[in-house]
Design a protein around this ligand. Sequence first.
Ligand code: SF4
Length: 371
Amino acid sequence: MKKIFSWFNESSYVEPLSPACEMCAAGSKMVLLITGLCPSSCFYCPLSLEKSGKDRIFADEWELETEEDTEKLLLEAKYINATGAGITGGDPFVVWKRTQRYITLLKDNFGSDFHIHLYTSGIKNVDKINDFVSAGLDEIRFHPVPNNWDKIKKTQIADTIKKTLETDVDVAIEIPSIPGMENEIFSLVNWADDVGVKWVNLNELEFSETNAEQLKNKGYTLIDDVSSAVKGSQDTAYCVLDMASKNDLDIGIHYCSSSFKDGIQLRNRIKRRAKNIAKKYEIISDDGTLLKGVIFSQKTPLKELYIFLKQEYEIEDDFVFLNKGKNRIEIGLWILEKIAIDLRKKGFECFMIEEYPTADALEVERMPLPL
Ligand code: SF4
C-alpha cells in the first residue's frame, strides 16, 4: 500500500510527483498560453471569454502582441525567476510551429534544465511530437475526453500515448476530477500504469464564466459561496487516490485543488515577481501584492502636481512617479499618509491601493486616505 501525502491546501498525491508540479507549487513555472484555439470542445473547459477560441498569446498575465513579441516572454520568465514553463492553451499542437519555436527559444535562453511541459488534447498534429521532443520538451500531458476514460484502450489517443512513450519525453495524463466518475478515472489510471505513463494529474473541477451554464445544466453545484470549485470533485479525487494507494500502482497521482492553484501556485508566483519588479515606493505585502499611495487630480495637470509634490514636501525621485497610463501620481504610502489631509483640502483625491505585481496590475483593494 502506497502512502497518500497531503500537500498544500487540500492537494494530495501518491508518489512519484512530477517536477512540473513541484515547480508549479513553488511559483517558478511560467504559464505560457500559446493559443486559445483548440480542436476539442470539453463541456468543462475553463478558458475565459477573452482567450477561448482566440489565437492570443499570454506569458502569465502578459499578452504578447504578436508571435514575434518574444521579448515579453523572456522578460516574464526573468521576472518570476522561472525554472520552467507550462505551455497550455487551447491546444499548443494547433500552432505547432510557434510551440516548437518557443520551446527552442526558452531552452536556448535559460538552458537545458529549464523544464518545459505542455498540455494537449492529443487530437491534432500529433505527428509533431518528435519535433517538440527534439526541441527539448521535457513532459507532455495528454487530455483524453471523459467518454474515453473507461475504454481508453480502443481509442486513437491511446495509440498516440503509446507511441509517445517510445520517445525521449516524460508522459503524463491530466484530466478534471468529475464528480461520480471515480471508477472511470481509476480505469484510466490503471491503463496508464500498465503502459508506463509516469503521472496522472487530477484537477478539481471549477466553475468559470464560460462553463457555468453547462455545469449547471448537468446538475453540478458550487462547494460554497467563496470558492469556484464544484461540489464532489475533491471527494472523487480522494477516492481515486485511495484506490491507487491500495492497489500499489507505480504511477504517481497528484490531485490539484482549486485553492492550491490560487493560494499556493499563484501566490508564490506573484511573490517572486513582486521581488523583481517592485519600485522603491511600493511595499510588498505578505501575499506578494503591492501597496502604494495614489493621487488623482481632476483640475490640476498631473505634471504640475508632480512638480508641486516634489518641491512642497521634498520628496525624492524614487518615491513619487507620474503614471501616465493610469493617469495618476503614485507615491510611497508612508509619505501619502502624512500629507493626505493637506492634499484633500487642496481638492486632490488620495487612496491606498493594493495591486497584483502582474503585467495586468489587477487592483485588489482601494481605500480613501486619510482613513
Ligand atoms: S482540451 Fe482543454 S482547452 Fe481544449 S476544450 Fe478541452 S479543456 Fe478546453
